[in-house]
Design a protein around this ligand. Structure first.
Ligand code: GLC
Length: 553
């Protein structure tokens, strides 16, 4: 049956939209699988390994950008939104990959980067070649500098990657805004041409059959009128006023416009916001005529502490519930230190990225133990969950990368103070004994970032053979989540045996997650899955978790 027919049927039966409960696997195309041996993953690599994803038991995949790009920010600097970069293949290969995914029962979400283009986009080249005040310049945010000779930036905004958010156009009094790298000029979303262009791009990919979009920097496209200076602390404070460049009310008009376009298409297409804001503000992005989902970053930023998780989970359910939207649950992505490593840091969870490896080293064993326990929480909650490629293997961050390999602009723009995000973007290991751990075709040893020796232990071929591996655990937990329909359930908090324990019921499953170090008693119920192999005898060891069947046999 065609997926559009399935959706029609679901609508008739009033089944919830797929994205309300889906488990979505993030593919970082540069690092998933390389089919041509150039050391960079590609679309054919994804197509060739689709059966692995289908077997894992996820519902959809989200692909980070594979569009034409000079790769100054690993593809988040797009020079042509409607073409595939030759590094990754071509449009024909995209279509083949998409069909393979659909044949395997997987939906496909692609990334949309609307806040900025690459400086190599035709529009920006045209803007630089055109006079001040011209229509071509109006597509971006150019302003006259301050100071007698315009030698100072127009305001005090800082780039998210470090340094000023403004770059001066050589030999003129004009500066252009880039909230990220110099090579990522911000678009002017007050310009109607920008709106039209992105609607064309949405339609282009929807017509090809994609099931939705992940919208990059969704809280950034509209800046406060007059571009006033930011106050101290505004930019980093996710829980308060984020400052004049973020979370302005005008962004919502854009999503209403886009949602109308999505709704013209059959098949329940979806949109997920990358918006670094509090749950209260986030709920505004997922009102019924805007986006479908938003990444729950407050959940991701929570330290390994039962009380903190209980609060953030309840707050998310309350806020998202008010707008009748599902919550999402996410612990890792291509921008933060992998959670298997975060949870093993001396101060777990408080440092999302840029860990100073000079002063702190993670405990890999403890981190993995906690990461295995954490999926009993993430996948036990109702709503939609995101998995970042490699986390199903328990993969740690590459914390031993030599600085000479670093590529993330954050590293360069902060003069190495922030090591950046390369450590979580390392090509994943497929075969323990092959060159590059089987990332490329036979005997190809190239990888765009170096893999640490420890990756041999996490290789897919090793974990596939081991019934106690993290991969086996993910497969089991994903199957149970689907069987008990936890995505469509509800959370009922239960009295936990200890303050460090999180205990809740969702449908017929009771999840018990022990975030402390001490062993605690378990209810006298049947265990459906456990994060650690040791025999329990009614006891749950520290930093481990179980799912239990809620009814006595
Ligand atoms: C988002 C992406 C990140 C990128 C930035 C600029 O935060 O997830 O990888 O660097 O936007 O596009």
């Amino acid at each position: 049956m065609q997926s559009s027919e399935t959706t029609q049927l679901a609508r008739q039966r009033q089944e919830p939209s797929w994205w309300r409960h889906a488990v979505i696997y993030q593919i970082y195309p540069r690092s998933f699988a390389d089919s041509d041996g150039d050391g960079i993953g590609d679309l054919q690599g994804i197509r060739d390994r689709m059966s692995y994803l289908a077997r894992l038991g996820v519902d959809a995949i989200w692909l980070s950008p594979f569009y034409r790009s000079p790769q100054a920010d690993a593809g988040y600097d797009v020079s042509d939104y409607r073409d595939v970069d030759p590094l990754f293949g071509d449009l024909d290969e995209f279509d083949k990959m998409l069909s393979r995914a659909h044949e395997s029962g997987l939906k496909v979400i692609v990334d949309l980067v609307p806040n900025h283009t690459s400086d190599e986009h035709v529009w920006f080249k045209e803007a630089l070649a055109s006079p001040v005040g011209s229509p071509a310049r109006d597509r971006y945010i150019f302003r006259k500098g301050k100071g007698a000779n315009s030698e100072l930036p127009p305001n005090n905004w800082q780039s998210m990657f470090g340094g000023s958010a403004w770059t001066r156009v050589d030999g003129t009094d004009q500066w252009y805004l880039h909230m990220f790298d110099t090579k990522q000029p911000d678009l002017n979303w007050h310009n109607p041409e920008v709106h039209e262009e992105f609607i064309r791009t949405l339609r282009f990919w929807l017509d090809r059959g994609v099931d939705g979009f992940r919208v990059d920097v969704a809280h950034g496209m509209i800046k406060k009128e007059g571009l006033p200076d930011a106050e101290e602390g505004q930019v980093t404070n996710v829980d308060g006023d984020r400052g004049p460049m973020w979370d302005q009310d005008g962004v919502h008009d854009i999503y209403r416009e886009w949602r109308k376009v999505l709704d013209e298409y059959d098949g329940d297409r979806s949109m997920v916001a990358e918006a670094w804001v509090s749950p209260e503000r986030m709920a505004r992005y997922i009102r019924s005529d805007e986006m479908c989902q938003a990444f729950n970053f407050p959940y991701m930023m929570t330290p390994w502490n039962a009380d903190a998780y209980r609060r953030v989970i309840q707050r998310s359910l309350d806020e998202f519930g008010k707008v009748n939207a599902p919550s999402t649950w996410v612990l890792s992505n291509h921008d933060v230190t992998r959670h298997a490593t975060r949870f093993g840091m001396p101060n777990p969870g408080t440092v999302l990225r840029g860990i100073s490896l000079h002063t702190e080293q993670p405990d890999e064993v403890l981190g993995l133990r906690r990461a295995r326990a954490s999926i009993f929480m993430t996948l036990g909650l109702p709503g939609s969950a995101y998995i970042y490629q490699g986390e199903e293997l328990g993969l740690p961050e590459n914390t031993t990368m030599d600085d000479s390999f670093r590529q993330d602009p954050t590293y360069f723009r902060t003069n190495g103070k922030d090591v950046g995000r390369d450590g979580c973007r390392v090509p994943i290991p497929w075969k323990a004994k092959a060159p590059a751990y089987g990332f490329g075709p036979d005997n190809s040893a190239h990888t765009w970032l170096p893999q640490p020796d420890s990756f041999a232990r996490y290789a897919i071929d090793v974990e596939e053979k081991d019934p106690l591996s993290t991969l086996a655990l993910y497969r089991r937990v994903l199957k149970l989540r689907q069987w008990y329909d936890l995505g469509n359930g509800e959370v009922e908090w239960l009295d936990a045996p200890h303050k460090d324990v999180l205990m809740f019921r969702n449908r017929d499953v009771i999840a018990v997650i022990n975030m402390g170090d001490q062993t605690v008693p378990l209810p006298d119920l049947q265990i459906l899955a456990q994060s650690q192999p040791e025999t329990m005898d009614g006891l749950l060891p520290g930093n481990s978790a179980v799912w239990m069947f809620a009814h006595k046999r």
